[in-house]
Design a protein around this ligand. Structure first.
Ligand code: UD1
Ligand code: UDP
Length: 382
């Protein structure tokens, strides 16, 4: 029996690690599974833990309002020192590119415990885009023993960095496991749909608006490199679009980071059109439901770039680079940066040109088939 510990701290890591925690827990003859959350996020993490019914064994509860990278790194490093020293696991699992993951991998290295890296090998090779994620994942990859990559191109990145091929497994992204575990339910379960409708109503958006065939543009944003002018430009673009398209709804579940909310307040303070809705972050089931119902997704999120192609939704990515080239190649994702005019043009093109919309909204699954967690667990059993 091997003792393993899975560590995560933010909303997207929790969504992507939840199915893996569950899969390891099912294999309790082979693995003693410990789940540790750092609490880098609080409310947004708790929403995910609740949906997937995960009760962590440890919670470092590190989040502070307006925390910076030093705060998160130091608090995770010290917190993980105590847990790893006490539990002495055989292996530590971290995910992707957050500061929780990088600092946990470093703590494991200091304790000489091997690390498995889930969603390994994504790269832009630009250390400031995304910032600090590019360096977080490169450092984690340097420390890790096993690398579970979502795609072949992420495996190629690792091979070109000299990682031993036998330590890399292409699995697909576990986010597709998470998505598939809830998609059928949100599409067919009437009781759940009624619950989701009241969640939206309480949040300030009446879902019956889109039952009448109204088009919906779903928006999210949070990237650190977009803080300041980037977010002001994004908000200005949204404002222009709400005026240009009064019959289209724009729904923006806002990240809790104050740096995201401030520019929204500035640009929309005195002028809120009746077709723009700013709401609190949604739980995962409600968010999948609304992605599935939306017409276009405008986002700077990594996870949403991976989920939306499976749903056949065009995604306009408000970034200059992406470490996820597969959907770009498939044509369902377009990089639009944070230039106001470019965002307005790209959204307009999708709304105005039905033929173009049909061309790029074909469903495809470059990020997996929902079996990533099985592959990871089977590999480690061997
Ligand atoms: C973090 C990750 C980023 C990931 C993103 C997903 C790092 C450096 N950044 O960025 O890679 O893409 O999560 O969303 O690891 N807050 C709350 N409640 C919450 C969550 C956040 O109030 O549940 C507020 C707090 O004021 C907090 C701030 O948001 O200090 C920033 O959170 P932080 O995790 O540092 O940065 P994110 O931008 O969320
Ligand atoms: N998401 C959610 N509720 C929301 C917005 C997003 O559950 O209100 C989910 C989304 O489906 C995806 C993940 O959160 O799985 C993406 O998180 P985020 O954009 O914060 O982080 P990133 O993926 O960019 O690291």
């Amino acid at each position: 029996m091997k003792k393993i510990i899975l560590v995560f701290g933010t909303r997207p890591e929790a969504i992507k690690m939840a199915p893996l925690v569950k899969r390891f827990q099912e294999c309790n003859n082979d693995f003693h599974t410990i789940c540790c959350v750092t609490g880098q996020h609080r409310e947004m993490l708790d929403q995910v833990l609740e949906i997937f019914e995960i009760k962590p064994d440890y919670d470092l509860n590190i989040m502070k309002d307006g925390q910076d990278l030093f705060d998160v790194t130091a608090r995770v490093l010290y917190g993980m020192r105590d847990i790893l020293t006490k539990e002495k696991p055989d292996m530590v699992f971290v995910h992707g590119d957050t500061t929780t993951s990088m600092a946990t991998a470093l703590a494991a290295f200091y304790c000489q415990i091997p690390v498995s890296h889930i969603e390994a090998g994504l790269r832009t090779y630009n250390i400031y885009s995304p910032w600090p994620e590019e360096i977080n994942r490169q450092l984690t990859g340097r420390i890790a023993t096993f690398h579970f990559t979502p795609t072949i191109s992420s495996k190629q990145n690792l091979l070109s960095e000299g990682v031993n091929e036998y330590n890399i497994l292409v699995t697909g992204n576990t986010v597709i496991d998470a998505l598939f575990s809830v998609l059928n339910k949100v599409r067919t379960n009437k009781v759940l749909q009624n619950k989701i409708s009241s969640i939206f109503l309480n949040a300030g958006y009446d879902l019956s608006r889109i039952d009448n065939n109204k088009q919906l543009v779903l928006i999210t944003g949070h990237r650190r490199e977009n803080f300041g002018d980037g977010f002001l430009n994004i908000c200005q673009a949204i404002k222009t679009l709400t005026i240009k398209y009064p019959n289209v709804d724009f729904l923006y579940p806002m990240h809790l980071n104050p740096n995201v909310r401030e520019p929204i307040g500035k640009i929309f303070e005195h002028n809120l059109s009746t077709n723009i809705f700013f709401i609190e972050p949604l739980d995962y089931l409600s968010f999948v439901y609304i992605m599935d119902k939306s017409y276009i997704i405008l986002t700077d999120s990594g996870g949403i770039q991976e989920e939306a192609p499976s749903l056949g939704k065009p995604v306009l990515v408000m970034r200059d680079t992406t470490e996820r080239p597969e959907a770009l190649v498939a044509g369902t994702v377009e990089l639009v940066g944070t230039d106001t005019a470019k965002i307005v043009d790209s959204v307009s093109c999708l709304i105005d040109n039905k033929e173009y919309y049909e061309k790029i909204s074909k469903a495809n699954n470059p990020y997996g088939d929902g079996m990533a967690c099985n592959r990871i667990v089977d590999f480690l059993k061997k």
